[in-house]
Design a protein around this ligand. Structure first.
Ligand SMILES: [Zn+2]
Ligand SMILES: [Zn+2]
Length: 265
């Protein structure tokens, strides 16, 4: 069970009740597919016991979601100890981010890390629903889905997307928007130049690396809107911050950001 204090995603809630008819049809298709290609859990290689999913319940439960409290109000950065009061971390105090709130589901480690990398670089697209379960739990815990006007993925540079053939964040954003019943917008925000991979850069270099990399193509779709940005992994938050900067400049009222995992910076 992937659960927070206020949100619990269980066997029964991962599929919305309005999808029951589709679910019945899907079940027949899945039972048939399971006969030909049995779904194996990528964590332990046993046949998965979750319908339409790949992680088994045991492996799914090893993903430990960040608790509701104990993170920076703005970027979600955790501090050690039992902190229940609200606070803003040192990094956000010295350089206030442009997004209003960013939250990751869990640490970038273990089976979650492996599957994010497989989904991103090795076409493990069958993990989309499993990963979206993790993301949905986080959004329902830390944000207010009813307030969100548009769900927007962090875009890839055009040539990079052609090379990879898909944008992993867009696949997550699309499924998340469907589940939340919010509008998906993959057109308004564009990455207008290629950026170096951020993995080996320090915080200052990450900021200069993404400066000017994004542009809002349709400001009229963004103005006065509450935008939920979606990405796979957050480290210092420089990419999300730069996206939020151009969105705010184009008139966005609120910019929230949700990611599957947070890498230690
Ligand atoms: Zn397993
Ligand atoms: Zn912070």
């Amino acid at each position: 069970m992937f659960s927070h204090k206020d949100t619990t995603v269980t066997k029964d809630t991962v599929v919305h009740p309005s999808c029951l008819r589709v679910r019945k049809m899907n079940r027949i298709v899945w039972l048939f597919l399971d006969l030909i290609y049995p779904r194996r859990c990528p964590g332990c290689q046993t046949p998965s016991d979750r319908e339409n999913r790949h992680w088994c319940w045991d492996c799914f439960q090893t993903i430990e979601p960040f608790p509701l409290h104990g993170g920076c109000d703005l970027c979600g950065q955790r501090v050690e100890g039992n902190v229940t009061h609200s606070f803003v971390c040192g990094a956000c105090q010295s350089d206030r981010p442009q997004f209003d709130r960013a939250r990751a589901a869990a640490d970038f480690s273990g089976s979650l890390r492996e599957q994010i990398l497989a989904f991103k670089y090795h076409h493990a697209l069958w993990m989309r629903q499993d990963l979206c379960d993790v993301l949905e739990g986080t959004v329902r815990t830390f944000f207010h889905p009813a307030v969100i006007d548009v769900v927007m993925p962090v875009p890839l540079y055009r040539l990079r997307q052609r090379e990879r053939t898909y944008n992993q964040s867009a696949l997550l954003a699309e499924e998340l928007a469907r589940r939340l019943g919010r509008r998906l917008d993959t057109q308004s925000l564009a990455r207008v130049r290629e950026t170096r991979t951020q993995t080996r850069l320090n915080a200052a270099h990450r900021r200069t690396n993404v400066a000017g990399a994004f542009q809002v193509k349709r400001p009229e779709w963004v103005a006065q809107r509450c935008v939920l940005l979606v990405d796979d992994v957050m480290t210092t938050g420089a990419t999300l911050d730069e996206c939020a900067r151009v969105l705010k400049k184009a008139g966005a009222r609120t910019v929230w950001a949700a990611t599957l995992a947070r890498r230690k910076s």
